[in-house]
Design a protein around this ligand. Structure first.
Ligand code: C6P
Length: 411
């Protein structure tokens, strides 16, 4: 990786102030910042490459179509898919997971079971809840250990021949827990369940190898990996994608249309009806190239180091509770915490006043909040472009917050 100053110079967002202080952006799990190559690609697309894809026969249309399809190949290489035809472009993780649930790859009958974990983001929970309600299937939850990791014994206990789907996040957006996806997929396949992986917090932060994972679907968002918003990916095993039906019918996903019937394009193009987010795809391609230049393993090591430093610094403060595994390989860059009995939003407001951006609340993981017994947490999430000075500043700010509220008889 380049020096931290060189890296930071690629991210114009980071040079701002907030509330009169240099901005410390520690909300990277919500969305990551975009480097110049991505920003320039978006500008270039709209100023010089803005044509529709898969339609026009003129030179510019062919070039933009080739660029768009080139990004499909880039995505395939990034996640080690065996073919670019296993890559479906979506709006983001949420849409991708909805495709996985409602696209017809899963067919459920009453008393079939869907297994999710207590740490799932609503995007990998609500679709399964709805699918269960529509089909009479039963939604079951794998519990967590006291360390905040998936309880493997409970997983094995709840997995049975009735389990038709196992839906699990590769990495939690609250606990920072990294789940053993390959082992989960292998075990779930032994009972014939379909395995759906929410990789929103893994992609761009750790190596993702869909062949090693061996799942059936993997979903992620471009905006959490330095790319634009409004673009994401559903990867599916080719045979599983072939079982799916389109959820959107109309332009460009067809092969031939007569007055009475329509035949559809092949996978994955039959799932990309209407004009797609072409700029998003092109920006995503530049984000992937940027990540690969920095090196995903290097990024992971740096983020783990920063998060471990942050978690250790916060844990050392008497009133602070840090959630999730202590450190090491099972953790990503997310650190959720609370300060005494202070409301997470109050803590975040105090940090905001000092120029630090963190998220507070339930983080779209209310089942997890119930499990933790709190209405919400503060959450700091690092990216490789954060500095140790920023992490240390947050620790000092939390320490001061703790002292301030204590002095005033609160918390
Ligand atoms: N988590 C966060 O602040 P979308 O919004 O579709 O790009 O991603 C949804 C999603 C799915 N799974 C996980 C594990 C996620 O973390 C997210 C998005 C953001 O934690 C926004 S709620």
């Amino acid at each position: 990786m380049q020096s931290i100053n060189t890296v930071r110079a690629d991210f114009p967002f980071l040079t701002q102030t907030m509330n009169g202080h240099p901005l410390i952006y520690l909300d990277n799990a919500a969305t990551t910042q975009k480097p110049w190559p991505v920003l320039q690609a978006l500008r270039q697309y709209y100023t010089q490459e803005n044509v529709n894809v898969h339609r026009g026969g003129y030179a510019r249309a062919a070039a933009t179509t080739a660029e768009y399809e080139g990004v499909r190949m880039q995505v395939a290489r990034l996640i080690n898919a065996s073919s670019a035809r296993e890559i479906v472009f979506t709006k983001g993780t949420t849409e991708a997971l909805n495709w996985a649930a409602f696209g017809g790859a899963v067919s459920l009958k009453p008393q079939d079971e869907i297994l999710v974990t207590v740490m799932e983001h609503h995007s990998n929970l609500v679709p399964w809840q709805i699918l269960a309600a529509r089909t009479g299937a039963v939604l079951r939850f794998v519990e967590l250990t006291t360390a905040g990791t998936l309880d493997w014994v409970d997983f094995q206990r709840k997995l049975s021949t009735r389990t038709r789907v196992v839906a699990v996040s590769a990495a939690s957006n609250v606990l920072g827990t990294v789940n053993p996806v390959a082992a989960i997929a292998r075990t779930a396949h032994e009972v014939g369940a379909l395995v759906v992986v929410d990789a929103a917090q893994a992609i761009g932060h750790m190596p993702v190898d869909v062949q090693k994972w061996g799942a059936d679907f993997v979903a992620f968002s471009g905006h959490k990996m330095l790319g634009p918003t409004g673009i994401g990916v559903l990867w599916g095993q080719r045979a599983v994608l072939e079982r799916m039906h389109p959820l959107e019918y109309g332009g460009e996903m067809i092969s031939a249309v007569t007055r009475n019937e329509t035949t559809f394009k092949e996978v994955p193009w039959c799932f990309e009806g209407g004009t797609q987010n072409i700029a998003g795809v092109i920006g995503l391609g530049k984000a992937i190239r940027y990540l690969e230049q920095q090196g995903i393993a290097t990024i992971q090591a740096r983020e783990q180091r920063l998060a471990a430093r942050l978690a250790a610094g916060l844990r050392a403060l008497p009133q602070v509770t840090v959630y999730g595994p202590v450190s090491g390989e099972q953790r990503n860059g997310v650190v959720a915490f609370n300060v005494g009995s202070l409301h997470a939003h109050d803590v975040a407001t105090v940090l905001d006043a000092q120029g630090t951006a963190v998220r507070a609340g339930h983080h779209c993981a209310q089942v997890l909040m119930d499990h933790l017994g709190v209405p919400g947490t503060v959450r700091a999430s690092v990216a490789f472009y954060n500095t140790t000075a920023e992490v240390d500043a947050l620790i000092t700010q939390v320490e001061r917050t703790e002292a301030f509220f204590k002095k005033h008889g609160m918390g």
